[in-house]
Design a protein around this ligand. Structure first.
Ligand code: ATP
Ligand code: MG
Length: 424
C-alpha cells in the first residue's frame, strides 16, 4: 500500500463537500475507518471539482445507518447507505472483500459464466481497492490525516493519463461486461489513453455485452452520452465496435453512411455544448438522431411502395423503436417525443397551404425544426427546407398564410348563429 502524505498531493479539504467531511468525521469518531473514494478523489487529484462524493468505510451498512438520522440503506445487489443533507446525498459503501472460488457462503454469488451476481462480502481497504474497476477510480483519501492511499498504482496512471483495469481485464470484463463501457466512458471524459491490455481484452470480451439487461444498458447510455462528452464517447465506442451492443442497426448504418454519422456526431456535439452552457438537454434528441437513419430508410422504402409519407414515417418510427427496445430500454417519456420529431419531418416538407402556415405554432415545431437543421448540416438534401422555415417562423400568422399561398386568415363566417356568444 502506497501512502502519500499531505505535502505530496494536491487535495485540499476546501474542495470537499462539508457533508462528506461530516460523514467521515462521524464515522471516524465512532471508531471506524472512513475515506473519500472513487471519482471524487480522482477528480480532486486532477484539479477538478467533483459533483458527488462517495465514502468507503469498514462499518457495516447497518452500523452506518445507526450513526445518522438522515441515513437510508438502499440496494439489493449492492447494499449501500445514502446519507442525505438537503439535496445532497453522500453515498457510503462498506469495504467489499474477495469472492473467490473458495467462497461457498451465501453473500457472494457468481453465475456459471463468471458474472458477478451479488457482492456483499465485506473486507478490508486493500480488498475493496482491487474489486473496483479502474486504477484511477481506486484511490482513497483520509480527510483526518490528509493522506492518499493507493493500492493499485492509480496515482501513476493518473500521472500518465492512462485508463487501466485493475487485475486481469478479461476476468474483470467477464465478471461485469459493463466495465468495458466504463473504460470507454472515462477515456473520453478524462481524455486519457487506454492501456494496451485493457484495450486488447475488449475485443475478446465485447460479445458479453450482448447479455446485459436492456434496462442497465439504458442507464449506461445516459452516463455515456449525457455527461458532456458524448462526441468523444461515440467515436471511441465506434472504434472499439461496441456501439452495436446498444444500437445494432444504428451502429451498422453509421459505419456505412457518412451522412448518418455526421448527423449523429452533430447531435452529440450539440448536446455537449448545451451541457457546457448549463442548458437543459434531453436524451430524446440524441436518440432521435441515432435512430433517424433507420427510420428514414424504412420510411422512404415504404413511400416508394406507395405509402403516404406521413403514414410511412409514423409506421417507420414505431417499427424502429420496437426494434431498438429489444436491446436497450427506452422509456416512453423519451420514445414519444422522438417519434413526434420524426413524424414532423415529412410535415415540414409541406410549404403550401394553411396547415404549413400553422405548423409553426405546434408544440413540437421547435424540436422538429432543430432536427431538420441538423439533418441539413449533416448533408441530407432537403431542397432548402431549413431556410424556408427559418424565414417564416418569426412572422405573424397573417404573413405566414400569405407566404404559404393560403391567402388571408380564415374569413369570418357570416354570423348565422343567434345572438352573441359572450365574445365581444
Ligand atoms: P463519475 O464522475 O462518473 O461519478 P465515478 O468514478 O464516481 O465517476 P461511479 O459510476 O459513480 O463512477 O462509481 C463510483 C465508484 O464505484 C467508481 O469510481 C468505481 O471505483 C466503483 N465502480 C462503479 N462501477 C463499477 C463496476 N461496474 N465495477 C467495479 N467497480 C465499479
Ligand atoms: Mg460517482
Amino acid at each position: 500500500m502506497n501512502v502519500i502524505p499531505r505535502d505530496q498531493h494536491c487535495i485540499s479539504r476546501d474542495n470537499i463537500s462539508d457533508s462528506a467531511l461530516k460523514v467521515m468525521a462521524r464515522l471516524r469518531k465512532a471508531g471506524h475507518q472512513a475515506y473519500l473514494v472513487g471519482g471524487a478523489v480522482r477528480d480532486l487529484l486532477l484539479g477538478g471539482h467533483p459533483k458527488d462524493f462517495d465514502v468507503a468505510t469498514d462499518a457495516t451498512p447497518e452500523a452506518v445507518n445507526d450513526l445518522f438520522r438522515n441515513a437510508r440503506i438502499i440496494g439489493r445487489r449492492f447494499r449501500i447507505v445514502h446519507v442525505r443533507f438537503g439535496r445532497e446525498v453522500i453515498e457510503v459503501t462498506t469495504f467489499r472483500g474477495h469472492h473467490g472460488d473458495d467462497d461457498t457462503g451465501s453473500h457472494a454469488q457468481q453465475s456459471a459464466s463468471g458474472v458477478l451476481l451479488r457482492d456483499n462480502v465485506y473486507g478490508t481497504l486493500e480488498e475493496d481497492a482491487v474489486r473496483r474497476d479502474l486504477t484511477v477510480n481506486a484511490l482513497y483519501y483520509d480527510a483526518g490525516k490528509f493522506e492518499v492511499f493507493d493500492h493499485v498504482g492509480g496515482l501513476e496512471d493518473l500521472e500518465d493519463r492512462l485508463i487501466r483495469v485493475i487485475g486481469d481485464p478479461r476476468q474483470r470484463y467477464t465478471e461485469d461486461p459493463v466495465r468495458m463501457l466504463r473504460v470507454i466512458r472515462f477515456a473520453a471524459k478524462l481524455d486519457f489513453d487506454i492501456e494496451a491490455d485493457t484495450a486488447d481484452a475488449i475485443d475478446d470480451c465485447a460479445h458479453l455485452l450482448g447479455d446485459i439487461p436492456a434496462a442497465r444498458l439504458f442507464d449506461e447510455f445516459l452516463k455515456l452520452f449525457m455527461a458532456g462528452y458524448a462526441r468523444g464517447t461515440l467515436d471511441d465506442l465506434l472504434e472499439f465496435d461496441l456501439l452495436k451492443y446498444l444500437f445494432p442497426e444504428a451502429s451498422a448504418l453509421l459505419n456505412e453512411d457518412p451522412v448518418a454519422l455526421a448527423l449523429v456526431r452533430s447531435a452529440m456535439e450539440n448536446t455537449d455544448q448545451r451541457i457546457a452552457e448549463d442548458k437543459s438537454v434531453t436524451p430524446a434528441f440524441l436518440l432521435a438522431a441515432l435512430l433517424w437513419p433507420e427510420v428514414r430508410r424504412e420510411a422512404l422504402g415504404q413511400v416508394e411502395d406507395g405509402v403516404a409519407p406521413l403514414v410511412a414515417f409514423n409506421s417507420a418510427g414505431q417499427l424502429t423503436v420496437a426494434d431498438a427496445v429489444r436491446h436497450i430500454s427506452i422509456p416512453r417519456r423519451f420514445s414519444q417525443p422522438m417519434r413526434e420529431i420524426w413524424e414532423f419531418q415529412p410535415r415540414l416538407e409541406q410549404r403550401k397551404g394553411r396547415k404549413a402556415a400553422e405548423l409553426v405554432d405546434h408544440r413540437r415545431f421547435r424540436a422538429a425544426y432543430d432536427f431538420l437543421l441538423l439533418r441539413e448540416a449533416a448533408g441530407e438534401e432537403t431542397g432548402g427546407l431549413g431556410e424556408f422555415w427559418t424565414g417564416i417562423q418569426a412572422l405573424p400568422l397573417e404573413e405566414r398564410l400569405q407566404l404559404t399561398g393560403a391567402g388571408r386568415a380564415r374569413k369570418r363566417r357570416p354570423r348565422t348563429r343567434r345572438g352573441n356568444q359572450g365574445q365581444a
